[in-house]
Design a protein around this ligand. Structure first.
Ligand code: SF4
Length: 352
């Protein structure tokens, strides 16, 4: 394939099954599944090697598609074993993904946008503004690149969409990526092991639920009253807490499943006893577990984490009210890899 044809052809990674059916209407669905299996399960990047696909089909594929994955630009190792990947995309844009090992899991936190437009005041990514959305291939590609870099033993078991960007602000590509990620004929990840985090775009949550992809939803709540939430998460002015809570109450969950409520604790802002009481009131009747995350300060931040004593008191109150409430320590804090700290753009001033 010449360089010219390569550029005009489409990246096969991330191309949805429905698009392939549209391009090749005569092909039987199982043929497309076989190709997905070669690519996403066995890691092949050359149609010519797909031995159970006819030569004609392989040639047709090679005419239309190429393979492109994010390239590792840099890796930073944290003392806790996590690795922050700086990945370069085809147009030179940079995004970050963070691989976090624990005893039983290897979780990858992936990005969905270059930057973000939602402007949460505690988040470093917000300072970049939104540069562009990622394609489905670039979203999935983060998992594939990291898996190829680390090898089988450290292969990803869980994926969280909590990196740069608001996933539901880039809904189409995120849905395409999720379908391929969880399809038994493609990447084969259990829907139970994939979590999409959102700041609470209610209209998009409603659209997303119609897609019938039963992954876990994490809601980044972070305040117990609208005045505070308006200030730290401006999206609250459009979708106030009550509207968001009603949306969660009506969200059709599969049996045994529940939402995750993420609550970053900021000293003097949202960590009082009254906050705990109001939070419990809002969440009553919503199947959920609550992750309390003491804020991890960074240089330019105006916020601090609460003293441990207050964090435990906050948790105790929620447990007394019969909630599952956990204190989650941020991972990779020494390498700016924690929640809300990904800001690859600052390392790449030439990309605009
Ligand atoms: S916290 Fe999430 S939604 Fe808010 S600015 Fe940061 S990346 Fe965007």
């Amino acid at each position: 394939m010449t360089e010219d044809t390569k550029i005009s052809s489409q990246n096969f990674i991330g191309t949805p099954e429905a698009s392939l059916r549209g391009i090749f209407p005569d092909w039987k669905p199982y043929r497309i599944h076989q190709i997905f299996n070669w690519v996403y399960h066995y890691g092949y990047r050359d149609f010519a090697e797909m031995s159970n696909i006819s030569k004609v089909m392989r040639a047709q594929l090679a005419d239309r598609f190429h393979f492109s994955l994010p390239q590792v630009q840099n890796k930073t190792h944290s003392q806790d074993g996590s690795i922050k990947y700086l990945l370069r995309l085809d147009d030179g844009a940079l995004v970050e993904s963070v691989w976090m090992p624990s005893d039983s899991r290897k979780t990858l936190c992936i990005s969905t946008q270059v930057g973000c437009r939602l402007n949460c005041s505690f988040c470093l990514t917000a300072s970049l503004g939104l540069k562009r959305n990622l394609t489905a291939g670039e979203i999935l590609g983060q998992c594939m690149t990291v898996n190829e870099d680390l090898g089988k033993e450290d292969a990803i078991t869980n994926v969280v969409f909590m990196g740069m960007g608001e996933p539901l602000d880039n809904l189409g590509p995120v849905v395409d990526a999720l379908r391929l990620m969880t399809a038994p004929e493609a990447m084969r990840m259990s829907t139970r092991k994939v979590t999409v985090s959102t700041s609470g775009l209610v209209d998009r949550i409603n659209e997303f639920q119609k897609e019938n992809i039963h992954i876990n939803l994490a809601i980044s709540l972070n305040a117990s009253d609208d005045i505070t939430r308006d200030r730290i998460m401006p999206i609250n002015k459009k979708y106030p807490i009550k509207v968001l809570m009603d949306c969660l109450k009506n969200y059709p969950l599969k049996p045994q499943r529940r939402h995750t409520i993420e609550y970053v604790l900021l000293e003097g802002i949202n960590d009082s006893d009254d906050d705990a009481r109001r939070l419990a009131k809002w969440l009553k009747g919503i199947p959920c577990k609550i992750n309390l995350i003491p804020f991890n300060s960074f240089e330019s931040s105006e916020y601090r984490p609460p003293p441990d004593k207050q964090t435990f008191k906050f948790q105790d109150y929620l447990i007394e009210q019969n909630f599952s409430a956990f204190i989650r320590q941020n991972r990779a804090t020494d390498i700016l890899g924690a929640c809300g700290q990904l800001a690859a753009e600052s390392q790449n001033p030439s990309y605009a």
